[in-house]
Design a protein around this ligand. Structure first.
Ligand SMILES: Nc1nc2c(c(=O)[nH]1)N[C@H]1C(S)=C(S)[C@@H](COP(=O)(O)O)O[C@H]1N2
Ligand SMILES: [Mo]
Length: 196
């Protein structure tokens, strides 16, 4: 694992690398299946289920407050990338525009291409979660989920849905794509919640 693509953490970094993880030198791409090609004009995000149905366009997202985020990224296949720099919109700012049914307890993120991932509502609405459209100062590359992806920094990367286009609010925990295929339902890297 160590060599061209991975390195051991320096002493001052070691408390940022969860157990069983190596540091990636670049920013690997992890995609199951084909990469959807979606333009900014075509991109939209639909909200449905236990929330009043609403569709957001690219310009709706640009009208919301924009923030920079520097976050570590952990993939369950054992690579970690420190200090990824993103720009985007806080999940909490989107949530403030929704009318949620009080029974809603879980969210299923849906993506162009059919990928899904499930998150409990309380994990989803954390202040540090965001929708990203910019990576290291450049428009988010398509392979990394452009034009828009979700980033949930405190959970393994498979929860950070690329090419996101929907949020379905539910009153039960339905499993997403990888969760149906053996990944942990929650996925917290410091607890090594890898597989179930
Ligand atoms: N739509 C979609 N989102 C996805 C995936 C995917 O295959 N499809 N892979 C997930 C996994 S397993 C990881 S680790 C991260 C990887 O993000 P990156 O390719 O930008 O590094 O995206 C996540 N989001
Ligand atoms: Mo991953």
């Amino acid at each position: 694992m160590i060599g061209k693509f991975f390195r051991k953490p320096k002493a001052e970094e070691s408390d940022r690398v969860p157990p069983g993880q190596y540091l990636a030198k670049g920013f690997p791409v992890l995609t199951y299946g084909d990469t959807p090609q979606i333009t900014i004009d075509d991109w939209e995000l639909r909200v449905w289920g236990l929330a009043k149905e609403k569709t957001f366009s690219w310009s709706d997202f640009m009208a919301m407050p924009q923030h920079d985020f520097t976050k570590d990224f952990h993939c369950v296949t054992r690579w970690t990338k420190l200090d990824v720099q993103w720009t985007g919109i806080k999940v909490t700012d989107l949530m403030s525009q929704l009318k949620l049914d009080p029974k809603a307890s879980h969210v299923m993120a849906h993506c162009y291409g059919g990928y899904t991932t499930n998150v409990p509502l309380e994990e989803f609405v954390q202040e540090e979660n965001f929708f990203a459209h910019t990576l290291f100062g450049e428009l988010l590359p398509v392979k990394h989920g452009g034009p828009m992806r979700l980033v949930i920094p405190h959970l393994y990367g498979w929860k950070s849905a690329k090419w996101i286009n929907g949020l379905e609010f539910l009153d039960y925990d339905e499993l997403g794509f990888w969760e149906c295929n053996g990944y942990h339902h929650r996925g917290e890297p410091w607890a090594e919640e890898r597989y179930s």
